[in-house]
Design a protein around this ligand. Structure first.
Ligand code: ADP
Ligand code: MG
Length: 319
């Protein structure tokens, strides 16, 4: 590597510690959590060709690498504190590092989440982040808390990231503005951290949509021992997705991945509280169905008729 490893780290990734007791530069970083709080932690790795296309702008890649991790904290109702970055890249490319670190650190600053350490090595481009957050010891939003009778809610809109991916794969054609909008959804997802925090004490269960709504919701259902009825055409869709044929809309909204919206359940008598939480967080939420005692997922249309098509979510080892 032309620019030395330590100079590279110092130039692009080392920042003075703020809330951390000790940040990057020693053998370990030191973090403290407030009394009564638990440390929430999660890791997500992004591999070129699998989780992002080589055409992505470095700034957006930096943003996304952290966004997908913050999304996991959001789904737990945890407040972001800090993260570490393990980065492998084939060579030192300062234009890449400059854009990547700017996108990464801009999102970090927006969420008060400090970069406190990591590892840097030569190798195929690969970005692995571990985030740390804090959440009240008994107050985390879990996948296992859904109860029969709960409403099922989702934030934002679903399916745009998948729409962009299908366009890049040449499976469908989007005009310039539509491609740009769906591409931004795919490359720059907004983690719903404020919503996760606002839903503490209201939501019974939550998960973020990384592999597709049906697949991710099925984790809640399995771990909670319940089932669900979903109204397929109630899925919130962007204007771009809503302009597509109905089959494409359903496929993208129900089984597309990479949306990083929150799916959560809450008692039907907490609808006002959910609406207030969403308002405070500045995010739209939509009721898309309800939890049943009977296991399995039943998809219905707006008239309540069963929709036969069964979609599966993305499985990294299947395709
Ligand atoms: P070690 O030899 O203990 O593995 P390194 O030489 O890999 O430490 O890293 C030196 C310091 O730089 C450590 O504090 C580490 O956390 C930090 N660091 C390494 N890579 C990164 C990175 N990509 N971002 C932030 N800090 C990093
Ligand atoms: Mg190291």
């Amino acid at each position: 590597m032309s620019l030395g490893e330590f100079d590279l780290i110092a130039r692009y990734f080392q920042r003075p510690a703020r809330r951390a007791l000790l940040g990057s530069g020693d053998d370990c970083a030191l973090l403290a959590v407030a009394p009564g709080m638990a440390l929430a932690t999660s890791t997500d790795m992004l591999v070129e060709g699998r989780h992002f296309l080589s055409t992505v702008r470095p700034e957006r890649l930096g943003h996304k690498a952290l966004a997908v991790n913050l999304s996991d904290l959001a789904a737990c109702g945890a407040n972001p504190l800090a993260f570490t970055l393990a980065l492998a890249m084939p060579r030192v490319d300062e234009a890449f590092l400059d854009g990547f670190s700017r996108g990464l650190l801009a999102l970090a600053d927006a969420h008060g989440c400090e970069l406190v350490g990591g590892d840097t090595t030569a190798g195929p481009l690969n970005v692995c982040i571990t985030v740390f957050g804090e959440v009240p010891r008994d107050g985390a939003l879990l996948r296992s808390g859904a109860r029969a009778g709960d409403d099922v809610w989702v934030s934002g809109t679903l399916g745009d990231a998948r729409l962009a991916l299908e366009a890049f794969r040449g499976h469908l054609v989007l005009d310039g503005a539509a491609l740009e909008a769906s591409r931004a959804a795919m490359e720059q997802p907004q983690p719903r951290v404020a919503l996760g925090l606002a839903l503490r004490g209201i939501a019974h269960s939550a998960i973020d949509v990384s592999d597709g709504l049906l697949g991710d919701l099925s984790h809640i259902l399995r771990l909670s021992g319940v089932g669900a009825t979903l109204e397929v055409d109630a899925m919130p869709r962007s204007a771009v997705l809503a302009a597509q044929p109905l089959a494409v809309q359903r496929e993208c909204a129900l089984s597309g991945g990479d949306d990083y919206e929150l799916v959560f359940t809450a008692a039907a008598d907490r609808r006002d509280a959910v609406a207030a939480a969403a308002r405070d967080a500045g995010v739209a939420v939509t009721r898309i169905g309800h939890i049943d005692a009977q296991e399995g997922v039943r998809c219905v249309d707006a008239q309540g008729r069963a929709v036969a098509q069964c979609f599966s979510s993305f499985d990294h080892f299947k395709s």
